[in-house]
Design a protein around this ligand. Structure first.
Ligand code: 5GP
Ligand code: MG
Ligand code: MG
Length: 178
């Protein structure tokens, strides 16, 4: 048996409604784009990107990157490594970087720095969740789903030690004895 409980924080319905709002903003802001390269940061963003991409009406390509972050712990690592790079080129392209959660900001700032060296035409950031109270590195977020408190969350693609990504909602993890 797991030594933790999961308490619902954001329902599947609330997530779906928010994605409609975010997609409407993205569709409007990129309405003149030839092609929007939607870049998902795996693995946490895989459910979000699947739902978001299907609400986009502009021409879209989807690509993925993997950057190391927490491993199997709940502690953020300051040493960000790119484990899988993009398959495609982004020079001169419009890029939307899609993240599950921005916490300290280390992961995303490193990915943004790397992608900017490739001279995209436009690089914007969309995150489902944001923990503003945890930020160490300032990042300009263009589209944000929900600001959440400093609690460890799972579900809707987001894991704890690779578990719970399949939950349709987002919940907070409460370890027994805490
Ligand atoms: P940062 O580099 O901003 O500290 O961390 C970003 C990444 O850490 C997120 O994209 C996510 O993968 C992971 N992360 C941050 N907060 C949480 C959380 O509450 N739960 C889980 N499962 N992962 C988190
Ligand atoms: Mg992530
Ligand atoms: Mg993780």
């Amino acid at each position: 048996m797991a030594d933790y409980d999961i308490k619902p924080l954001i329902t599947a319905e609330e997530i779906a409604a928010k994605i409609d709002t975010l997609a409407a903003q993205i569709n409007e802001n990129f309405k003149d784009t030839e092609k929007l390269i939607v870049v998902g940061l795996l693995r946490g963003s895989f459910v979000f990107i699947a739902d978001l991409a299907r609400k986009l009406t502009v021409p879209v390509e989807v690509d993925f990157m993997v950057a190391s972050s927490y491993g199997d712990s709940t502690e953020s690592s300051r040493n960000v490594r790119i484990i899988k790079d993009l398959d495609g080129q982004i020079r001169g392209k419009d890029v939307l970087l899609v993240e599950d959660i921005i916490d300290t900001g280390y992961t995303l700032s490193e990915v943004v720095r790397l992608l900017n060296t490739r001279d995209p035409n436009r690089l914007e950031i969309c995150t489902l969740l944001n923990k503003p109270s945890r930020r160490d590195i300032n990042i300009a977020i263009d589209y944000c789903g929900f600001d959440i408190p400093d609690e460890f969350v799972v579900g809707y693609g987001i894991d704890y030690a690779q578990n719970n990504r399949n939950l349709p909602y987002i919940g907070t993890v409460h370890f027994h004895g805490e």
